[in-house]
Design a protein around this ligand. Structure first.
Ligand SMILES: *[C@@H]1O[C@H](CO)[C@@H](O)[C@H](O)[C@H]1NC(C)=O
Ligand SMILES: *[C@@H]1O[C@H](CO)[C@@H](O)[C@H](O)[C@H]1NC(C)=O
Ligand SMILES: *[C@@H]1O[C@H](CO)[C@@H](O)[C@H](O)[C@H]1NC(C)=O
Ligand SMILES: *[C@@H]1O[C@H](CO)[C@@H](O)[C@H](O)[C@H]1NC(C)=O
Ligand SMILES: *[C@@H]1O[C@H](CO)[C@@H](O)[C@H](O)[C@H]1NC(C)=O
Ligand SMILES: *[C@@H]1O[C@H](CO)[C@@H](O)[C@H](O)[C@H]1NC(C)=O
Ligand SMILES: *[C@@H]1O[C@H](CO)[C@@H](O)[C@H](O)[C@H]1NC(C)=O
Length: 407
């Protein structure tokens, strides 16, 4: 019988469940925010010239990629459309987090490195990784305006930058047989350095050609693998704030567990999260298809862009459907969806969480960028559109396991 008493208990239980669900939410800080992006131009005349010649079209500039090193926050501005003067940039973090702060983006490592058509410089950088030896690994697609009229200006490449000297210490050009010079969209990168600075592999997603690219620093060689799980699901689409997101995106997000055992990947336009053994990727031949019996599905997971792995074997991601940050405990033995825990939620400030990254102080940083409005050219520049946000997690990136010996 359904008595008043059970009804009360049921209410109490759901109330408690509601409370415990809320308890997982952490406070977060908006570190920087911008209505529109602007750069640290050498002077105002140069800025005017670049605007007049359409080399700077402010409304085409959006922040996506993110990494934090010491007191600098590195941000990429994708060259999806014309008019992006600098694709890799940083802003300074200084102890005080003034939420009204909208700093000018400073080109990294210099303005010279942002020059279109100069193949020693960056053409289009979406993502980078910073290893435990203080080196930034930067992927450059070599192509620009890939959402409008693509220009295949340079071969795709990987550059390593020494973060103390801010100097390029290594340059690797991908052969066309590994990364298509006129077709690629190099999107995201993770790096595994085992015992030495040389014993490193990078795992890179190529969204347009649905490939996972592997690079060995020791052998200075690269190859790609492919599998159907890297391809967007036919007919998958997102409705966000009542509007359809018109992009069909193959493999984009990638993450690496702190034991360097498995690479996790997913495509934005798909329900699945998958992983594959690192040992097999490291020995694969160029063009190889993954072995079906080794592709592990972690079950359906709501849409997100770039994922991020913490040292405690927790996979963090932005949850598109409800404007939140959530995590999945990969050691729990449960499917990703059933063990999802939300950490932060805000319908205004967390509109499209793009990239997540740890600093070395225990903070998880993220960019939120209203990509849906950029996509439809409906950003309102009287409002804040782009944010760098952080929340205290008390852990570090997957990268530091070999250094700390914790896992
Ligand atoms: C804070 O960072 C800005 C650049 O974003 C810099 O101009 C300023 O000097 C810094 N202040 C301190 C106290 O470090
Ligand atoms: C090309 O870019 C490199 C690296 O930024 C720079 O050192 C060089 O001067 C540039 N070359 C030309 C011809 O501008
Ligand atoms: C988009 O997804 C909805 C369900 O979420 C489906 O009904 C619709 O047919 C899809 N549209 C296309 C063009 O695939
Ligand atoms: C795939 O993996 C299974 C299990 O390890 C192995 O038996 C099989 O030979 C592999 N197939 C190929 C084509 O390598
Ligand atoms: C991060 O997680 C690891 C593994 O669970 C743990 O040993 C370590 O103490 C954590 N680090 C911090 C700073 O809490
Ligand atoms: C977010 O949405 C998922 C379903 O997509 C749901 O399971 C989860 O409870 C939601 N989380 C929050 C905090 O609203
Ligand atoms: C993840 O799951 C493992 C195994 O169940 C558990 O020991 C660990 O505490 C969990 N970590 C978190 C952060 O929930």
């Amino acid at each position: 019988m359904f008595s008043l008493k059970t009804a009360f208990y049921l209410t109490l239980i759901s109330l408690l469940e509601g409370l415990s669900a809320q308890n997982t939410l952490l406070p977060y800080e908006v570190v920087f925010n911008w209505k529109q992006l602007d750069y640290n131009f050498p002077n105002q005349n140069i800025k005017k010239l670049l605007i007049n010649s359409k080399q700077f079209i402010p409304e085409n500039n959006i922040i996506t990629g993110l990494r934090v090193y010491k007191d600098r926050v590195f941000l990429t501005v994708p060259r999806w459309r014309e008019g992006v003067p600098s694709t890799l940039n940083y802003v300074c973090l200084n102890g005080t987090t003034d939420i009204s702060s909208s700093p000018l983006l400073i080109p990294y490592p210099s303005w010279e490195f942002q020059e279109l058509g100069n193949c020693s410089s960056f053409q289009y950088v979406q993502s980078m990784e910073i290893d435990q030896f203080g080196r930034m690994w930067v992927i450059d697609a070599g192509r620009v305006n890939i959402w409008t009229e693509p220009l295949n200006l340079c071969p795709p490449k990987l550059l390593l930058i020494d973060m103390e000297m801010d100097e390029v210490i290594k340059r690797y050009e991908f052969p066309d047989s590994v990364v298509g010079h006129t077709t690629n969209f190099l999107n995201d990168i993770v790096v595994a350095c085992r015992d030495t600075k040389e014993d490193c592999f990078a795992y890179i997603t190529d969204t347009y050609d649905s490939r996972l690219v592997v690079y060995s620093l020791k052998n200075d060689q690269s190859w790609f693998v492919h599998h159907e799980t890297m391809v967007a699901d036919e007919g998958y689409n997102h409705t966000y704030f009542g509007t359809k997101l018109h992009f069909r995106m193959n493999i984009n997000g990638i993450a690496l567990d702190p034991r360097f055992e498995r690479v996790y990947y997913r495509s934005f336009s798909s329900f699945g999260l998958y992983s594959y053994p690192v040992s097999l990727l490291n020995e694969a031949k160029n063009g190889e298809r993954l072995n079906d019996s080794q592709v592990f599905s972690h079950g359906p997971l709501p849409a997100s862009l770039v994922d991020c792995y913490g040292l405690s074997r927790i996979l963090y991601y932005g949850q598109l459907a409800n404007n939140s940050i959530a995590y999945f405990n990969t050691t729990s033995g449960r499917s990703a969806e059933s063990s999802e825990v939300a950490l932060a939620q805000n319908d205004m400030e967390l509109q499209i969480v793009d990239t997540l990254a740890f600093d070395n102080e225990g903070y998880l940083y993220l960019t939120a960028n209203r990509l849906h409005r950029y996509n439809t050219r409906t950003l309102n520049f009287d409002e804040v559109n782009f944010r760098v946000i952080r929340l205290f997690i008390g852990n570090k990136s997957y990268m530091y396991s070999s250094t700390d010996g914790t896992v």
